[in-house]
Design a binder for this molecule. Structure first.
Ligand code: UTP
Length: 278
């Protein structure tokens, strides 16, 4: 069984929906209760056994690298106090994972960001997490569920969820035939369609497992919507040549790239946090 060891976090976007909060701070560092968004994603990757973390950053994102590093002064300061426990989760991550970084110098789209990560990934299957989609798996984490599908079928897998029909234009949307419960063979993919043109209401969310042949496909994918190189377009080409699967994950996703989803996630995790305080 090949375990997927690597996970890529495209995090070069400007996060304009959160301005001015994201003017000098990466969107991925916005805290949901007591943890930055990206830490939830890294914990999910780690649970799935993907412990080599590759982060595609851009200008103004140094806080990400500092977060996944030891903070000697701080640790010395709180050593022996009750506050030490607050760093337990991040220490576990630092002990279990490696972190590599590369920069996307121009925002040419998610497909381009993933291609920029090629040097961190090499020639093996890998996970992709968009940290602003915060996922809570039912039982196993979403990446763990997807890794199981990959082990069985050995092809690219995208996570999907049903969204209200009038919201499809915010997403990449698939058409496909159901292979087994919740697993679809993709026949078509459209990036941000108008509701009338959408092939379904099954929307792609920010979790992917990709095979390394996707890099060549992205290299040959022309800019699409908004002049950006779209991963959806590359996966559509991949689906015509090989199989691409869409997996309706078990669990819940919060769109923390939007203020509405971010507040929903905060409320949800605050309830969970309160339970740990008793
Ligand atoms: P979004 O579409 O959410 O864009 O990108 P954004 O810039 O982060 O946020 P808004 O819309 O301006 O508020 C989806 C994901 O793809 C990454 C982003 O960092 C985010 O995780 N991305 C997008 C890149 O890394 N590079 C790009 O060129 C585009």
């Amino acid at each position: 069984m090949t375990t997927i060891r690597k996970c890529l976090f495209p995090a070069a976007g400007y996060g304009t929906r959160f301005l001015p909060a994201t003017k000098s701070m990466p969107k991925e560092m916005l805290p949901v209760v007591d943890k930055p968004l990206i830490q939830y994603g890294v914990e999910e990757a780690m649970e799935a056994g993907m412990c080599n973390i590759g982060i595609v950053t851009g200008r103004g994102k140094r806080a990400l690298a500092d977060h996944f590093d030891v903070s000697y002064e701080l640790e010395h300061q709180i050593s022996g106090s009750s506050k030490e426990g607050l760093l337990k989760d991040i220490r576990r991550i630092l002990d279990g994972c490696t972190f590599s970084y590369t920069r996307q110098s121009e925002m040419k789209g998610l497909g381009h960001a993933i291609l920029t990560g090629e040097s961190l990934v090499g020639n093996e299957p890998f996970g992709v997490v968009l940290a602003d989609d915060l996922c809570v798996g039912e039982g196993d984490g979403v990446l763990t569920q997807m890794a199981r599908i990959y082990q069985k079928y050995r092809c690219c897998v995208v996570a999907i969820e049903e969204v209200p029909h009038d919201e499809v234009e915010k997403y990449g949307v698939i058409a496909g035939s159901e292979l087994e419960d919740g697993v679809y063979v993709v026949s078509d993919m459209v990036e941000k369609p108008q509701p009338d043109d959408a092939p379904s209401n099954l929307a792609i969310i920010g979790r992917y497992i990709l095979t390394p042949d996707i890099f060549d496909v992205i290299r040959n994918t022309p800019p699409g919507r908004n002049g950006e190189i779209q991963i959806t377009d590359a996966l559509q080409i991949q689906a015509e040549r090989n199989m691409v699967l869409a997996y309706r994950f078990k669990g819940r996703r919060f769109d923390c790239g939007s203020v509405h989803g971010f507040v929903e996630a905060t409320n949800y995790f605050y309830e969970r946090w309160k339970e740990t305080q008793d």
